[in-house]
Design a protein around this ligand. Structure first.
Ligand code: NAD
Length: 550
Protein backbone atom coordinates (compact mmCIF):
# COMPACT_ATOMS: atom_id res chain seq x y z
CA UNK A 1 0.00 0.00 0.00
CA UNK A 2 1.27 3.43 -0.84
CA UNK A 3 1.71 5.66 2.14
CA UNK A 4 4.75 7.55 0.96
CA UNK A 5 4.90 10.54 -1.33
CA UNK A 6 6.40 8.56 -4.20
CA UNK A 7 4.09 10.13 -6.75
CA UNK A 8 4.83 13.65 -5.62
CA UNK A 9 7.69 15.71 -6.99
CA UNK A 10 10.63 14.35 -4.98
CA UNK A 11 12.51 17.62 -4.49
CA UNK A 12 11.93 17.95 -0.78
CA UNK A 13 11.15 21.47 0.31
CA UNK A 14 12.83 22.89 3.34
CA UNK A 15 11.82 25.26 6.09
CA UNK A 16 8.62 27.21 5.90
CA UNK A 17 7.97 26.14 2.32
CA UNK A 18 7.68 22.55 3.51
CA UNK A 19 5.11 23.60 6.11
CA UNK A 20 3.13 25.21 3.30
CA UNK A 21 3.19 22.12 1.09
CA UNK A 22 -0.05 20.28 1.99
CA UNK A 23 1.10 16.99 0.43
CA UNK A 24 4.20 16.81 2.65
CA UNK A 25 3.39 18.91 5.68
CA UNK A 26 3.19 16.95 8.94
CA UNK A 27 2.72 19.94 11.26
CA UNK A 28 3.55 19.11 14.85
CA UNK A 29 4.31 15.51 13.81
CA UNK A 30 7.75 16.40 12.36
CA UNK A 31 10.27 14.61 14.59
CA UNK A 32 13.19 16.37 16.27
CA UNK A 33 15.58 14.82 13.71
CA UNK A 34 13.42 15.97 10.81
CA UNK A 35 13.17 19.47 12.25
CA UNK A 36 16.97 19.65 12.37
CA UNK A 37 17.49 18.16 8.92
CA UNK A 38 14.79 20.20 7.19
CA UNK A 39 15.39 23.64 8.70
CA UNK A 40 12.21 23.52 10.79
CA UNK A 41 13.70 24.12 14.25
CA UNK A 42 11.87 27.03 15.83
CA UNK A 43 9.22 27.17 13.12
CA UNK A 44 7.01 24.74 15.03
CA UNK A 45 5.99 24.64 18.69
CA UNK A 46 8.37 22.29 20.53
CA UNK A 47 5.98 19.40 21.25
CA UNK A 48 6.22 16.51 18.79
CA UNK A 49 2.78 15.00 18.43
CA UNK A 50 1.54 11.78 16.87
CA UNK A 51 -1.00 11.71 14.09
CA UNK A 52 -3.47 10.21 16.57
CA UNK A 53 -3.15 13.35 18.73
CA UNK A 54 -3.59 15.55 15.68
CA UNK A 55 -6.75 13.62 14.74
CA UNK A 56 -8.07 14.19 18.26
CA UNK A 57 -7.50 17.93 17.88
CA UNK A 58 -9.26 18.01 14.52
CA UNK A 59 -12.26 16.06 15.78
CA UNK A 60 -12.53 18.30 18.84
CA UNK A 61 -12.39 21.45 16.73
CA UNK A 62 -14.95 20.02 14.33
CA UNK A 63 -17.37 19.25 17.13
CA UNK A 64 -17.19 22.84 18.34
CA UNK A 65 -18.35 24.27 14.97
CA UNK A 66 -22.00 25.16 15.04
CA UNK A 67 -23.06 24.39 11.47
CA UNK A 68 -22.20 21.87 8.80
CA UNK A 69 -21.06 24.66 6.48
CA UNK A 70 -18.59 25.79 9.19
CA UNK A 71 -17.41 22.17 9.47
CA UNK A 72 -16.95 22.08 5.68
CA UNK A 73 -14.86 25.27 5.78
CA UNK A 74 -12.76 23.89 8.61
CA UNK A 75 -12.13 20.61 6.76
CA UNK A 76 -11.29 22.46 3.53
CA UNK A 77 -8.74 24.48 5.52
CA UNK A 78 -7.22 21.28 6.86
CA UNK A 79 -7.04 19.86 3.33
CA UNK A 80 -5.17 23.00 2.26
CA UNK A 81 -2.68 22.68 5.13
CA UNK A 82 -2.13 18.95 5.55
CA UNK A 83 -3.73 16.50 3.11
CA UNK A 84 -2.40 13.41 4.87
CA UNK A 85 -4.10 14.37 8.10
CA UNK A 86 -7.25 15.44 6.22
CA UNK A 87 -7.55 11.99 4.61
CA UNK A 88 -6.74 10.19 7.86
CA UNK A 89 -9.61 12.05 9.54
CA UNK A 90 -11.99 11.46 6.62
CA UNK A 91 -11.18 7.76 6.35
CA UNK A 92 -11.36 7.05 10.05
CA UNK A 93 -14.76 8.74 10.32
CA UNK A 94 -16.17 8.17 6.84
CA UNK A 95 -19.91 7.83 7.55
CA UNK A 96 -19.75 11.09 9.53
CA UNK A 97 -17.46 12.91 7.07
CA UNK A 98 -19.11 11.97 3.81
CA UNK A 99 -22.15 14.24 4.29
CA UNK A 100 -19.74 17.08 5.17
CA UNK A 101 -17.26 16.83 2.31
CA UNK A 102 -19.93 15.78 -0.19
CA UNK A 103 -23.72 15.92 -0.41
CA UNK A 104 -25.63 17.48 1.27
CA UNK A 105 -23.14 20.01 2.76
CA UNK A 106 -21.19 20.46 -0.48
CA UNK A 107 -24.41 21.83 -1.99
CA UNK A 108 -24.45 24.69 0.53
CA UNK A 109 -20.72 25.17 -0.02
CA UNK A 110 -21.33 25.63 -3.76
CA UNK A 111 -24.18 28.06 -3.13
CA UNK A 112 -21.91 30.14 -0.87
CA UNK A 113 -18.71 29.48 -2.81
CA UNK A 114 -17.77 33.12 -3.34
CA UNK A 115 -18.44 33.99 0.27
CA UNK A 116 -16.43 31.11 1.80
CA UNK A 117 -13.65 31.25 -0.80
CA UNK A 118 -10.16 31.05 0.77
CA UNK A 119 -7.66 29.28 -1.44
CA UNK A 120 -8.15 28.19 -5.01
CA UNK A 121 -8.26 24.44 -5.66
CA UNK A 122 -8.54 22.94 -9.13
CA UNK A 123 -8.34 24.48 -12.59
CA UNK A 124 -10.77 27.00 -14.06
CA UNK A 125 -11.03 26.94 -17.85
CA UNK A 126 -13.10 29.76 -19.36
CA UNK A 127 -14.42 30.67 -22.79
CA UNK A 128 -11.59 33.21 -23.01
CA UNK A 129 -9.12 30.32 -22.87
CA UNK A 130 -10.35 28.95 -26.19
CA UNK A 131 -7.29 28.18 -28.32
CA UNK A 132 -5.05 28.09 -25.22
CA UNK A 133 -6.53 25.36 -23.06
CA UNK A 134 -3.36 23.27 -23.24
CA UNK A 135 -1.31 26.02 -21.64
CA UNK A 136 -3.90 26.39 -18.87
CA UNK A 137 -3.65 22.65 -18.16
CA UNK A 138 0.14 22.90 -18.12
CA UNK A 139 -0.10 25.36 -15.24
CA UNK A 140 -1.27 22.51 -13.01
CA UNK A 141 1.65 21.65 -10.70
CA UNK A 142 1.31 17.84 -10.89
CA UNK A 143 2.12 15.87 -14.04
CA UNK A 144 0.89 12.37 -13.23
CA UNK A 145 -2.83 13.17 -13.17
CA UNK A 146 -4.95 10.01 -13.34
CA UNK A 147 -8.46 11.25 -12.68
CA UNK A 148 -10.15 14.49 -13.73
CA UNK A 149 -13.62 15.45 -12.52
CA UNK A 150 -14.99 18.20 -14.75
CA UNK A 151 -18.20 20.19 -14.48
CA UNK A 152 -19.63 23.21 -16.26
CA UNK A 153 -21.73 23.97 -13.18
CA UNK A 154 -25.09 24.04 -14.97
CA UNK A 155 -26.93 21.47 -12.85
CA UNK A 156 -25.27 21.23 -9.47
CA UNK A 157 -26.98 18.47 -7.42
CA UNK A 158 -30.63 19.53 -7.32
CA UNK A 159 -29.62 23.20 -7.01
CA UNK A 160 -29.57 24.27 -10.64
CA UNK A 161 -27.10 26.54 -12.40
CA UNK A 162 -24.31 27.59 -10.03
CA UNK A 163 -21.77 28.52 -12.69
CA UNK A 164 -18.15 28.52 -11.54
CA UNK A 165 -19.27 27.68 -7.99
CA UNK A 166 -19.67 24.11 -9.25
CA UNK A 167 -15.97 23.68 -8.50
CA UNK A 168 -16.99 22.55 -5.00
CA UNK A 169 -18.58 19.45 -6.52
CA UNK A 170 -15.48 18.46 -8.49
CA UNK A 171 -13.29 18.98 -5.42
CA UNK A 172 -15.68 16.93 -3.23
CA UNK A 173 -15.95 14.03 -5.68
CA UNK A 174 -12.19 13.80 -5.92
CA UNK A 175 -11.85 13.75 -2.14
CA UNK A 176 -14.06 10.66 -2.30
CA UNK A 177 -11.81 9.11 -4.95
CA UNK A 178 -8.93 9.40 -2.51
CA UNK A 179 -10.82 8.42 0.62
CA UNK A 180 -12.80 5.53 -0.89
CA UNK A 181 -10.43 4.18 -3.55
CA UNK A 182 -7.01 5.49 -2.53
CA UNK A 183 -6.22 7.53 -5.63
CA UNK A 184 -3.28 9.69 -4.50
CA UNK A 185 -4.37 13.33 -3.96
CA UNK A 186 -1.69 14.58 -6.36
CA UNK A 187 -3.23 12.42 -9.12
CA UNK A 188 -6.65 14.08 -8.83
CA UNK A 189 -7.54 17.16 -10.84
CA UNK A 190 -10.81 19.10 -10.34
CA UNK A 191 -11.81 21.25 -13.34
CA UNK A 192 -14.57 23.77 -13.90
CA UNK A 193 -15.30 24.83 -17.44
CA UNK A 194 -16.74 28.26 -16.70
CA UNK A 195 -18.88 29.21 -19.68
CA UNK A 196 -21.02 31.71 -17.75
CA UNK A 197 -24.27 31.24 -15.85
CA UNK A 198 -27.97 31.98 -16.28
CA UNK A 199 -28.19 32.49 -12.53
CA UNK A 200 -28.96 36.22 -12.28
CA UNK A 201 -28.42 36.34 -8.53
CA UNK A 202 -24.91 35.02 -8.93
CA UNK A 203 -24.10 37.38 -11.77
CA UNK A 204 -25.16 40.29 -9.56
CA UNK A 205 -23.30 39.02 -6.49
CA UNK A 206 -20.07 41.03 -6.01
CA UNK A 207 -18.49 37.98 -4.37
CA UNK A 208 -19.19 35.65 -7.34
CA UNK A 209 -15.88 34.20 -8.53
CA UNK A 210 -16.95 33.20 -12.05
CA UNK A 211 -17.46 34.85 -15.44
CA UNK A 212 -20.40 37.27 -15.48
CA UNK A 213 -22.00 36.39 -18.79
CA UNK A 214 -24.84 34.25 -20.04
CA UNK A 215 -23.87 30.71 -20.88
CA UNK A 216 -21.93 29.94 -23.99
CA UNK A 217 -24.04 27.59 -26.14
CA UNK A 218 -23.97 25.83 -29.48
CA UNK A 219 -20.88 25.44 -31.60
CA UNK A 220 -18.69 27.65 -29.43
CA UNK A 221 -19.50 25.59 -26.35
CA UNK A 222 -18.87 22.35 -28.21
CA UNK A 223 -15.56 23.62 -29.56
CA UNK A 224 -14.37 24.56 -26.06
CA UNK A 225 -15.27 21.15 -24.60
CA UNK A 226 -13.66 19.48 -27.60
CA UNK A 227 -10.46 21.43 -27.11
CA UNK A 228 -10.47 20.70 -23.39
CA UNK A 229 -10.71 16.94 -23.93
CA UNK A 230 -8.04 16.91 -26.64
CA UNK A 231 -5.78 18.97 -24.35
CA UNK A 232 -6.27 16.58 -21.40
CA UNK A 233 -5.18 13.68 -23.58
CA UNK A 234 -2.05 15.55 -24.56
CA UNK A 235 -1.09 16.98 -21.17
CA UNK A 236 -2.37 14.14 -18.94
CA UNK A 237 -2.40 11.11 -21.22
CA UNK A 238 -3.19 8.62 -18.47
CA UNK A 239 -6.15 10.49 -16.99
CA UNK A 240 -9.70 9.13 -16.80
CA UNK A 241 -12.29 11.92 -17.21
CA UNK A 242 -15.50 12.00 -15.19
CA UNK A 243 -18.24 14.35 -16.42
CA UNK A 244 -20.09 15.81 -13.48
CA UNK A 245 -23.31 17.80 -13.09
CA UNK A 246 -23.74 18.93 -16.68
CA UNK A 247 -27.35 19.79 -17.55
CA UNK A 248 -29.48 17.23 -19.47
CA UNK A 249 -29.09 19.10 -22.74
CA UNK A 250 -25.34 18.48 -22.67
CA UNK A 251 -24.82 15.46 -20.39
CA UNK A 252 -26.37 12.77 -22.64
CA UNK A 253 -24.93 14.32 -25.79
CA UNK A 254 -21.37 14.67 -24.46
CA UNK A 255 -21.39 11.15 -23.07
CA UNK A 256 -22.52 9.70 -26.41
CA UNK A 257 -20.08 11.82 -28.36
CA UNK A 258 -16.95 11.09 -26.33
CA UNK A 259 -17.54 7.79 -24.55
CA UNK A 260 -15.81 5.74 -27.23
CA UNK A 261 -13.12 8.28 -27.98
CA UNK A 262 -11.78 8.90 -24.46
CA UNK A 263 -11.50 7.10 -21.18
CA UNK A 264 -14.56 9.03 -20.00
CA UNK A 265 -17.85 8.50 -18.18
CA UNK A 266 -20.71 10.41 -16.58
CA UNK A 267 -21.33 9.54 -12.95
CA UNK A 268 -24.79 11.10 -12.83
CA UNK A 269 -25.92 8.76 -15.59
CA UNK A 270 -23.75 5.64 -15.41
CA UNK A 271 -22.66 5.71 -11.74
CA UNK A 272 -26.23 6.22 -10.58
CA UNK A 273 -27.45 3.46 -12.88
CA UNK A 274 -24.89 1.11 -11.42
CA UNK A 275 -25.51 1.75 -7.73
CA UNK A 276 -29.28 1.48 -8.17
CA UNK A 277 -28.98 -1.69 -10.23
CA UNK A 278 -26.87 -3.13 -7.39
CA UNK A 279 -29.68 -2.24 -4.97
CA UNK A 280 -32.24 -3.93 -7.21
CA UNK A 281 -30.12 -7.06 -7.58
CA UNK A 282 -29.82 -7.24 -3.79
CA UNK A 283 -33.59 -6.66 -3.51
CA UNK A 284 -34.18 -9.71 -5.71
CA UNK A 285 -32.67 -11.83 -2.94
CA UNK A 286 -35.50 -10.64 -0.69
CA UNK A 287 -38.32 -10.94 -3.21
CA UNK A 288 -37.03 -14.28 -4.44
CA UNK A 289 -37.66 -13.45 -8.08
CA UNK A 290 -35.51 -12.04 -10.86
CA UNK A 291 -35.22 -8.62 -12.50
CA UNK A 292 -37.23 -9.81 -15.49
CA UNK A 293 -40.26 -10.42 -13.23
CA UNK A 294 -40.49 -6.70 -12.45
CA UNK A 295 -42.15 -3.60 -13.85
CA UNK A 296 -40.23 -0.45 -12.94
CA UNK A 297 -42.04 2.87 -12.74
CA UNK A 298 -39.77 5.91 -12.60
CA UNK A 299 -40.77 9.37 -11.44
CA UNK A 300 -38.34 11.66 -13.27
CA UNK A 301 -36.81 10.99 -16.68
CA UNK A 302 -33.51 12.83 -16.34
CA UNK A 303 -29.92 11.69 -16.06
CA UNK A 304 -30.48 9.46 -13.03
CA UNK A 305 -33.70 7.84 -14.29
CA UNK A 306 -32.49 7.10 -17.80
CA UNK A 307 -29.08 5.97 -16.48
CA UNK A 308 -30.77 3.48 -14.14
CA UNK A 309 -33.15 2.18 -16.81
CA UNK A 310 -30.30 1.75 -19.29
CA UNK A 311 -28.43 -0.45 -16.85
CA UNK A 312 -31.54 -2.47 -15.96
CA UNK A 313 -31.91 -3.10 -19.69
CA UNK A 314 -28.21 -4.02 -19.99
CA UNK A 315 -28.65 -6.48 -17.15
CA UNK A 316 -31.75 -8.09 -18.68
CA UNK A 317 -30.03 -8.30 -22.06
CA UNK A 318 -27.05 -10.05 -20.49
CA UNK A 319 -29.54 -12.59 -19.09
CA UNK A 320 -30.68 -13.25 -22.65
CA UNK A 321 -33.63 -10.89 -23.08
CA UNK A 322 -34.13 -8.84 -26.21
CA UNK A 323 -33.37 -5.11 -25.60
CA UNK A 324 -36.79 -3.97 -26.84
CA UNK A 325 -38.50 -6.44 -24.54
CA UNK A 326 -36.30 -5.26 -21.64
CA UNK A 327 -37.22 -1.61 -22.23
CA UNK A 328 -40.89 -2.56 -22.02
CA UNK A 329 -40.32 -3.21 -18.31
CA UNK A 330 -39.34 0.43 -17.66
CA UNK A 331 -41.94 3.20 -17.55
CA UNK A 332 -41.39 6.88 -16.91
CA UNK A 333 -43.50 9.73 -15.56
CA UNK A 334 -41.89 13.14 -16.05
CA UNK A 335 -43.15 16.64 -15.29
CA UNK A 336 -45.72 16.33 -18.12
CA UNK A 337 -46.95 12.82 -17.28
CA UNK A 338 -46.45 9.28 -18.55
CA UNK A 339 -43.83 9.03 -21.28
CA UNK A 340 -45.75 7.53 -24.22
CA UNK A 341 -45.27 7.41 -27.97
CA UNK A 342 -48.15 9.77 -28.70
CA UNK A 343 -46.40 12.65 -26.91
CA UNK A 344 -44.87 15.29 -29.13
CA UNK A 345 -41.44 16.83 -28.65
CA UNK A 346 -40.14 14.12 -26.36
CA UNK A 347 -36.46 14.66 -25.54
CA UNK A 348 -34.25 12.20 -27.37
CA UNK A 349 -33.06 10.45 -24.20
CA UNK A 350 -36.66 9.58 -23.26
CA UNK A 351 -37.72 8.16 -26.64
CA UNK A 352 -36.42 4.59 -26.17
CA UNK A 353 -38.69 4.33 -23.12
CA UNK A 354 -41.86 5.76 -24.72
CA UNK A 355 -44.47 3.00 -25.02
CA UNK A 356 -47.66 2.51 -27.01
CA UNK A 357 -50.00 3.01 -24.10
CA UNK A 358 -52.50 5.69 -23.25
CA UNK A 359 -51.22 8.94 -21.77
CA UNK A 360 -52.08 9.72 -18.15
CA UNK A 361 -50.76 12.72 -16.34
CA UNK A 362 -50.06 11.60 -12.77
CA UNK A 363 -47.91 8.99 -11.08
CA UNK A 364 -50.87 7.46 -9.25
CA UNK A 365 -52.81 7.05 -12.51
CA UNK A 366 -49.75 5.55 -14.17
CA UNK A 367 -49.37 3.10 -11.29
CA UNK A 368 -52.97 1.97 -11.74
CA UNK A 369 -52.31 1.14 -15.38
CA UNK A 370 -48.83 -0.34 -14.98
CA UNK A 371 -49.07 -2.02 -11.57
CA UNK A 372 -45.36 -1.54 -10.87
CA UNK A 373 -43.40 -3.90 -8.63
CA UNK A 374 -40.91 -1.05 -8.08
CA UNK A 375 -41.19 2.72 -7.95
CA UNK A 376 -38.01 4.73 -8.39
CA UNK A 377 -38.10 8.41 -7.48
CA UNK A 378 -35.56 10.61 -9.26
CA UNK A 379 -37.63 13.73 -9.74
CA UNK A 380 -36.62 16.04 -6.90
CA UNK A 381 -40.32 16.29 -5.97
CA UNK A 382 -40.76 15.64 -2.24
CA UNK A 383 -43.80 13.69 -1.05
CA UNK A 384 -44.69 12.37 -4.49
CA UNK A 385 -44.81 8.75 -3.27
CA UNK A 386 -48.18 9.14 -1.59
CA UNK A 387 -49.85 6.92 0.98
CA UNK A 388 -52.39 5.82 -1.65
CA UNK A 389 -49.66 4.82 -4.11
CA UNK A 390 -47.66 2.78 -1.60
CA UNK A 391 -50.70 1.15 0.03
CA UNK A 392 -51.90 0.01 -3.40
CA UNK A 393 -48.50 -1.38 -4.29
CA UNK A 394 -48.49 -3.30 -1.02
CA UNK A 395 -51.90 -4.77 -1.87
CA UNK A 396 -50.55 -6.30 -5.07
CA UNK A 397 -47.00 -7.22 -4.09
CA UNK A 398 -45.59 -8.91 -0.99
CA UNK A 399 -42.42 -6.79 -1.15
CA UNK A 400 -42.95 -3.51 -3.01
CA UNK A 401 -39.65 -1.90 -3.98
CA UNK A 402 -39.61 1.78 -3.05
CA UNK A 403 -36.51 3.75 -3.99
CA UNK A 404 -36.89 7.42 -3.03
CA UNK A 405 -33.63 8.71 -4.44
CA UNK A 406 -34.01 12.47 -4.71
CA UNK A 407 -31.52 14.58 -2.77
CA UNK A 408 -31.16 16.22 -0.37
CA UNK A 409 -33.29 14.53 2.31
CA UNK A 410 -35.99 17.21 2.10
CA UNK A 411 -36.57 16.32 -1.57
CA UNK A 412 -37.01 12.61 -1.01
CA UNK A 413 -40.19 11.24 -2.64
CA UNK A 414 -41.14 9.74 0.73
CA UNK A 415 -39.40 9.14 4.04
CA UNK A 416 -38.16 5.76 5.21
CA UNK A 417 -40.76 5.58 7.95
CA UNK A 418 -43.58 6.41 5.51
CA UNK A 419 -42.42 3.62 3.21
CA UNK A 420 -42.44 1.04 6.02
CA UNK A 421 -45.65 2.28 7.58
CA UNK A 422 -47.71 2.45 4.38
CA UNK A 423 -46.65 -1.02 3.27
CA UNK A 424 -47.07 -2.77 6.62
CA UNK A 425 -43.29 -3.06 7.01
CA UNK A 426 -42.93 -4.94 3.70
CA UNK A 427 -41.29 -2.25 1.55
CA UNK A 428 -37.78 -2.81 0.27
CA UNK A 429 -36.59 0.73 0.69
CA UNK A 430 -33.53 2.71 -0.38
CA UNK A 431 -32.95 6.44 -0.48
CA UNK A 432 -30.58 8.95 -2.05
CA UNK A 433 -29.80 10.76 1.22
CA UNK A 434 -29.32 8.91 4.49
CA UNK A 435 -32.30 8.23 6.76
CA UNK A 436 -31.90 7.17 10.40
CA UNK A 437 -33.07 3.68 11.46
CA UNK A 438 -36.85 3.24 11.73
CA UNK A 439 -38.68 1.27 14.43
CA UNK A 440 -41.85 -0.27 13.07
CA UNK A 441 -43.97 -2.80 14.96
CA UNK A 442 -41.10 -4.09 17.05
CA UNK A 443 -38.59 -4.32 14.22
CA UNK A 444 -35.72 -1.89 13.53
CA UNK A 445 -35.09 -1.20 9.86
CA UNK A 446 -31.77 0.32 8.74
CA UNK A 447 -32.51 1.94 5.36
CA UNK A 448 -29.77 1.69 2.76
CA UNK A 449 -28.42 4.71 0.91
CA UNK A 450 -27.89 4.29 -2.84
CA UNK A 451 -24.73 6.33 -2.68
CA UNK A 452 -22.79 6.68 -5.95
CA UNK A 453 -19.61 6.59 -3.85
CA UNK A 454 -20.03 2.80 -3.72
CA UNK A 455 -19.37 2.72 -7.46
CA UNK A 456 -17.42 5.54 -9.14
CA UNK A 457 -14.23 5.37 -7.03
CA UNK A 458 -13.85 1.65 -7.71
CA UNK A 459 -14.65 1.93 -11.42
CA UNK A 460 -12.20 4.84 -11.72
CA UNK A 461 -9.52 2.89 -9.85
CA UNK A 462 -9.99 -0.14 -12.12
CA UNK A 463 -9.72 2.03 -15.23
CA UNK A 464 -6.62 3.74 -13.82
CA UNK A 465 -4.79 0.59 -12.77
CA UNK A 466 -5.38 -1.02 -16.17
CA UNK A 467 -4.83 2.33 -17.94
CA UNK A 468 -8.00 1.56 -19.86
CA UNK A 469 -8.71 3.63 -22.96
CA UNK A 470 -12.46 3.24 -22.38
CA UNK A 471 -14.91 3.29 -19.50
CA UNK A 472 -17.84 1.25 -20.77
CA UNK A 473 -21.43 0.61 -19.68
CA UNK A 474 -20.40 -2.97 -19.17
CA UNK A 475 -17.92 -1.88 -16.50
CA UNK A 476 -20.76 -0.24 -14.56
CA UNK A 477 -22.80 -3.37 -14.93
CA UNK A 478 -19.88 -5.44 -13.60
CA UNK A 479 -19.48 -2.98 -10.71
CA UNK A 480 -23.18 -3.31 -9.84
CA UNK A 481 -22.93 -7.09 -9.67
CA UNK A 482 -19.79 -6.92 -7.57
CA UNK A 483 -21.41 -4.46 -5.14
CA UNK A 484 -24.60 -6.54 -4.86
CA UNK A 485 -22.51 -9.65 -4.11
CA UNK A 486 -21.03 -7.87 -1.10
CA UNK A 487 -24.41 -7.34 0.57
CA UNK A 488 -24.62 -9.88 3.39
CA UNK A 489 -27.67 -11.73 4.71
CA UNK A 490 -27.20 -9.64 7.86
CA UNK A 491 -27.49 -6.41 5.77
CA UNK A 492 -30.64 -7.72 4.07
CA UNK A 493 -32.11 -8.75 7.42
CA UNK A 494 -31.77 -5.13 8.58
CA UNK A 495 -33.46 -3.89 5.42
CA UNK A 496 -30.18 -2.57 4.01
CA UNK A 497 -29.47 -3.20 0.31
CA UNK A 498 -25.87 -2.01 0.39
CA UNK A 499 -22.85 -3.00 2.48
CA UNK A 500 -21.92 -0.77 5.40
CA UNK A 501 -20.05 2.38 4.35
CA UNK A 502 -17.25 1.32 6.68
CA UNK A 503 -16.37 -1.33 4.04
CA UNK A 504 -16.02 1.18 1.23
CA UNK A 505 -12.27 0.66 0.59
CA UNK A 506 -12.85 -3.08 0.29
CA UNK A 507 -15.83 -2.44 -2.02
CA UNK A 508 -13.79 -0.09 -4.24
CA UNK A 509 -10.87 -2.52 -4.40
CA UNK A 510 -13.12 -5.43 -5.40
CA UNK A 511 -14.86 -3.36 -8.06
CA UNK A 512 -11.49 -2.11 -9.34
CA UNK A 513 -10.17 -5.66 -9.72
CA UNK A 514 -13.24 -6.76 -11.72
CA UNK A 515 -13.23 -3.63 -13.89
CA UNK A 516 -9.50 -3.89 -14.59
CA UNK A 517 -9.80 -7.60 -15.36
CA UNK A 518 -12.52 -6.73 -17.88
CA UNK A 519 -10.33 -4.02 -19.43
CA UNK A 520 -7.50 -6.54 -19.89
CA UNK A 521 -9.86 -9.16 -21.30
CA UNK A 522 -11.44 -6.79 -23.80
CA UNK A 523 -8.19 -5.20 -24.92
CA UNK A 524 -8.97 -1.71 -23.53
CA UNK A 525 -6.04 -1.88 -21.11
CA UNK A 526 -2.85 -0.06 -22.04
CA UNK A 527 -0.95 -1.24 -18.96
CA UNK A 528 1.00 -4.52 -18.90
CA UNK A 529 -1.17 -7.18 -17.31
CA UNK A 530 0.11 -7.92 -13.80
CA UNK A 531 0.45 -11.46 -12.45
CA UNK A 532 -1.53 -10.55 -9.36
CA UNK A 533 -4.20 -7.96 -10.09
CA UNK A 534 -5.58 -7.97 -6.53
CA UNK A 535 -2.13 -7.12 -5.15
CA UNK A 536 -1.56 -4.48 -7.86
CA UNK A 537 -4.80 -2.73 -6.93
CA UNK A 538 -3.93 -2.89 -3.21
CA UNK A 539 -0.43 -1.54 -3.86
CA UNK A 540 -1.82 1.37 -5.85
CA UNK A 541 -4.10 2.56 -3.05
CA UNK A 542 -2.86 5.54 -1.05
CA UNK A 543 -2.93 5.19 2.72
CA UNK A 544 -2.71 8.45 4.69
CA UNK A 545 0.44 7.92 6.71
CA UNK A 546 3.26 10.41 7.10
CA UNK A 547 6.40 9.84 5.09
CA UNK A 548 9.65 9.74 6.99
CA UNK A 549 12.13 12.46 6.00
CA UNK A 550 14.82 11.19 8.35
P1 NAD B 1 -32.43 15.77 -13.88
O1 NAD B 1 -32.61 17.21 -13.74
O2 NAD B 1 -31.58 15.22 -14.97
O3 NAD B 1 -33.87 15.05 -14.00
C1 NAD B 1 -35.00 15.36 -13.20
C2 NAD B 1 -36.23 14.76 -13.85
O4 NAD B 1 -37.34 14.95 -12.99
C3 NAD B 1 -36.58 15.37 -15.19
O5 NAD B 1 -36.94 14.37 -16.10
C4 NAD B 1 -37.84 16.20 -14.88
O6 NAD B 1 -38.73 16.24 -15.96
C5 NAD B 1 -38.45 15.37 -13.76
N1 NAD B 1 -39.40 16.13 -12.97
C6 NAD B 1 -39.28 17.39 -12.50
N2 NAD B 1 -40.42 17.75 -11.87
C7 NAD B 1 -41.25 16.69 -11.95
C8 NAD B 1 -42.57 16.45 -11.50
N3 NAD B 1 -43.26 17.39 -10.84
N4 NAD B 1 -43.12 15.25 -11.77
C9 NAD B 1 -42.44 14.31 -12.43
N5 NAD B 1 -41.19 14.49 -12.87
C10 NAD B 1 -40.60 15.66 -12.63
O7 NAD B 1 -31.86 15.27 -12.49
P2 NAD B 1 -31.21 13.86 -12.18
O8 NAD B 1 -29.74 13.90 -12.30
O9 NAD B 1 -31.92 12.81 -12.95
O10 NAD B 1 -31.52 13.73 -10.63
C11 NAD B 1 -32.84 13.66 -10.17
C12 NAD B 1 -32.85 13.42 -8.67
O11 NAD B 1 -32.22 12.18 -8.38
C13 NAD B 1 -32.09 14.49 -7.88
O12 NAD B 1 -32.80 14.84 -6.74
C14 NAD B 1 -30.82 13.80 -7.49
O13 NAD B 1 -30.34 14.27 -6.26
C15 NAD B 1 -31.24 12.36 -7.38
N6 NAD B 1 -30.11 11.44 -7.61
C16 NAD B 1 -29.88 10.46 -6.70
C17 NAD B 1 -28.82 9.60 -6.88
C18 NAD B 1 -28.56 8.53 -5.89
O14 NAD B 1 -29.39 8.26 -5.06
N7 NAD B 1 -27.45 7.86 -5.94
C19 NAD B 1 -27.98 9.75 -7.97
C20 NAD B 1 -28.25 10.76 -8.90
C21 NAD B 1 -29.34 11.59 -8.71
Amino acid sequence: MRSDSSVVDDRVQHGVRLLHDPLRNKGTAFTAEERDALGLRGLLPPAVQSMETQVLRVMGNLARKDSDLERYIFLAGLQDRNETLFYRVVMEHLPEMMPLIYTPTVGAACQHFGQIFRRPRGLFVTADDFGHVRSVLRNWPHRDVRIIVVTDGERILGLGDLGANGMGIAVGKLALYTACAGIHPSQCLPVTIDVGTENENLRKDPLYVGTRRSRLRGEDYDALVDEFLAATREVFPRAVVQLEDFANINAFRLLRKYNEQYSLFDDDIQGTGSVVLAGLLAAMRVTGNSLSDNRFLFLGAGEAGIGIADLIVASLVSDGMDAEEARRRCFFVDSTGLVVNSRENLAEHKRPFAHDIEFVSTLEEAAEVIRPTAVIGVSGVPGSFTEKLLREMAEHHPHPIVFALSNPTAKSECTASQAYEWTGGRAIFASGSPFPPVDYQGKTFVPGQANNAYIFPGVGLGAIVSNSNRVTDEMFFIAARELASMVSEHDLGLGRLFPSLSRIREVSARIAVSVAAHAFERGYAQAAEPDDLVQTVQDFMFVPEYASFA
